[in-house]
Write a protein that binds this ligand. Sequence first.
Ligand SMILES: Nc1ncnc2c1ncn2[C@@H]1O[C@H](COP(=O)(O)OP(=O)(O)O)[C@@H](O)[C@H]1O
Ligand SMILES: [Mg+2]
Length: 445
Amino acid sequence: MTMKKEYHIIKIAEPFAPLLTEHKRIKFYYGGRAGGKSYAFADSLLIKGRQQKLLIACLREIQESIKDSVYRLLCDRIALYELNDYQIYENKIENKITGSKFIFKGLRDQDVQHIKSLEGVDIAWIEEAQTISKRSWEILEPTIRKNGSEIWISMNREQENDPLWIALAAHPDERTLVKKVNYDDNPFCPEEIKIQAQKCRQRSSEDYAHIWLGEPVRQGNNKLIASDVVRRAFVSTILSSSSPLIIGLDVARFGDDQTVFCFRRGRWCYAFRCYQKLDNVAVANVATNFIKEYHPHRIFMDIGGQGAGVYDILKDRGFSEIIRGIYFGEKAINEERYFNRRAEMWDSVQAWLSSSPQVQLPEDESLFDELTGINKKYDRRGRLQLEEKDEVKKRLGRSPDKADALALTFAEPVYDDGEPQIYHHGQLTYEDIFKSQRERSNELW
Ligand SMILES: Nc1ncnc2c1ncn2[C@@H]1O[C@H](COP(=O)(O)OP(=O)(O)O)[C@@H](O)[C@H]1O
Ligand SMILES: [Mg+2]
């Protein structure tokens, strides 16, 4: 008898052997990016599904379309290994010989009826398990009730208290296998990924520990801006600056938000002017007065919301040399590192506050709360992201208008070369801008 060809080809990395060789109620794999979890789970399930008839549920917290699921990965593996006994349908995969079936579901927003369809499941694979809510888990666990059924979990820990971590892995019982796998445990880890990991390590040991070593973001340590650097900036040491004046303008979106102008010259941020309940023309009038009186080199404003109307008026008044419109949500100048423009600008505030010589802010407790009240996280590409505005608002009781205005002053570097120079982004590369920014950092900051 000849050995089946595919068993020569499908290789399961050693840490994942228990997926195939042991029976456990819970198999809990966690770790950083590129540990090989998704691939090993997919390959192992495909192997098991050829050995006997199994109902396999591939689950995640949110699945808006099947594209969000591991369906694609399974299809790719089937194609790669030429597992022709698998038949691929639009929303399920079946094995023609054993009758095994893979189904794909999101847990949030499932009604009881849908969850019931999981009662015959032999193996449930929960992918991206750090996002599973307590409620989803409480509904799911008793539903996977078939004799001998297993729940396979893959996660990259987010917080110390991810619900599934607390429920299963923090104090595992004898029915639970808990295993950590990182990229350096993955024999198939591509070189390019290892390089990325090393780059990240050089940049920040904290980010590296989270993204690549699978450590949770330590509680209280997921703040973007530390309290002490803000306190330090409240100590008055600078009285003037010859750096160009940059104004950040955050226009109120809703009735209770404020319209804020932030004034910054290099290392010296010396004033915030706040207004409530102004219409677009009134905001444009205030801006016009500031332009005439203080001659800013640049005004950066958010044009994602109300700001767009103000921006149009100021352009119409002939200030297009000075005014720049920024969408907080637009892609960052450095897309590799930042989820969007807002995260990039806030990180510049953070770098500015941590730089030396010392920078300065007006002493202001509400500004302190705003700057230190925002949490950071990372998207699946490991890029810095800020927590959603709604969450900040819940905690702060308002939106961080002053801090956003300060962040806007960092939208693009501005140089004092006599007459204003215009740097549209796209015209210069990120490296161009930031190389010269570093060289001239004294002048800028
Ligand atoms: N069995 C395998 N064969 C070939 N390459 C693999 C295998 N397992 C992992 N890899 C490689 O390692 C990378 C990371 O694996 P992945 O399963 O996505 O990790 P994780 O889910 O832990 O983030 C994949 O993109 C792939 O390039
Ligand atoms: Mg994965």
